[in-house]
Design a protein around this ligand. Structure first.
Ligand SMILES: NC(=O)c1ccc[n+]([C@@H]2O[C@H](COP(=O)([O-])OP(=O)(O)OC[C@H]3O[C@@H](n4cnc5c(N)ncnc54)[C@H](OP(=O)(O)O)[C@@H]3O)[C@@H](O)[C@H]2O)c1
Length: 309
């Protein structure tokens, strides 16, 4: 069995202008309609011409502050599958902070907690296997899937593999120009340990993204992700462990590097990554048309640094 292997990443860090968003929550029922790539790509970028003749204004009134501006403004509309989850909600929050319109699709729809950014996301309730893509994907410029989880081997194949493959194909059918998958680091595990439904599902999903989106698909492979995970009204502060651990492992990197060739060594040595870094790496990928391929833990941090305030 092939192991997870790193592929080239092409990435340019960008920092774009803000945009407003809307809020709503609705249930979904399946119907189908398709959109061409050109329709979607036209919605991705619009040229705003704000013209007021500076020369004329100055001639008439030299104190006038009128200016002549032609600006390129990109309008992004992202669909986050699993936007109500731990990583998905951080992506929605980061998108809102950057003026990107965010739509979340998950079975539970809108999360129960309140926060100002929550009101700026469109929360849709639906199962990825039965989603009304016509409502979810129209006008989207990127789809991000955070689908994944644990359970029996069959359940892991279904949520890590099949569910993501359904999402990739829906996005492709609707001509959405970019797909971003939250996958996982392989922890340098020997190939027989990568045969669980979790890893084989992830690998199938990755292949689908990279084959359907060879020039724009993005796969992020974080190890342990820390932050504040909300579960049933409680907050689990994973950052209390994750943050110091990341610092220690990064500081010790030059000593531990020789051990990285040992099988499964990354179970102990792969640095955790903050949920905000994963979210901002996604935002960077959304904004940069030249950004595609597989992102390792270090590349996730690097990409995030380019867009974090
Ligand atoms: N957390 C980590 O440390 C870590 C580390 C490495 C990689 N990852 C990967 O990162 C991704 C996100 O992890 P997470 O911790 O954020 O997971 P999570 O909190 O469980 O979020 C999963 C999201 O997917 C939604 N979902 C599940 N099944 C669905 C379905 N059939 N249709 C629509 N939505 C569905 C869930 O909402 P509903 O249940 O309401 O549908 C939830 O919003 C996963 O792929 C995971 O493997 C996580």
């Amino acid at each position: 069995m092939a192991s997870f292997s790193n592929m080239g990443v092409i990435c340019r860090i960008t920092s774009p202008p803000p945009r407003s968003s809307t809020s709503s929550s609705r249930a979904l029922f399946p119907t189908f309609r398709s959109y061409s790539y050109s329709q979607i790509s036209r919605s991705r970028s619009c040229r705003l011409g704000i013209r007021c003749s500076y020369a004329e204004a100055v001639r008439e009134d030299p104190s006038s502050g009128a200016i002549d501006v032609v600006a390129d403004v990109k309008s992004e509309r992202i669909v986050v599958i699993g936007g109500s989850g731990f990583v998905g909600s951080a992506i929605c929050k980061a998108a809102v902070s950057k003026g990107i319109e965010a739509i979340s699709l998950s079975r539970s729809g809108r999360p129960s907690y309140s926060d100002p950014w929550v009101d700026q996301v469109t929360w849709m309730a639906g199962d990825v296997f039965y989603a009304n893509w016509d409502e979810v994907l129209v006008g989207a410029t990127a789809v991000i899937s955070t689908l994944g989880g644990f359970g029996s081997d069959e359940q892991m194949q279904r949520i890590n593999g099949e569910a993501n493959i359904v999402a990739v194909n829906a996005a492709k059918d609707y001509g959405i120009p970019k797909f971003i998958l939250i996958s996982v680091h392989d922890y340098n595990l020997p190939s027989f340990l990568l045969q669980s439904g979790y890893f084989t599902g992830k690998r199938k999903a990755e292949s689908e993204v990279l084959s359907k989106y060879p020039n724009s698909g993005v796969v992020l492979r974080p190890a342990f992700i820390y932050g504040k995970r909300k579960v049933d009204g409680f907050e689990i502060p994973l950052d209390l462990i994750g943050k110091p651990l990341e610092k220690i492992l990064r500081a010790a990197e030059s000593f531990t590097k020789p051990l990285s060739s040992l099988p499964a060594s990354d179970l102990l040595l792969a640095p955790p990554v903050s949920v905000d870094d994963v979210a901002y790496a996604v935002i960077n990928a959304v904004k940069d048309d030249d950004c595609f391929g597989i992102f390792t833990i270090d590349q996730i941090k690097e990409a995030a640094a380019g867009v974090k305030v």
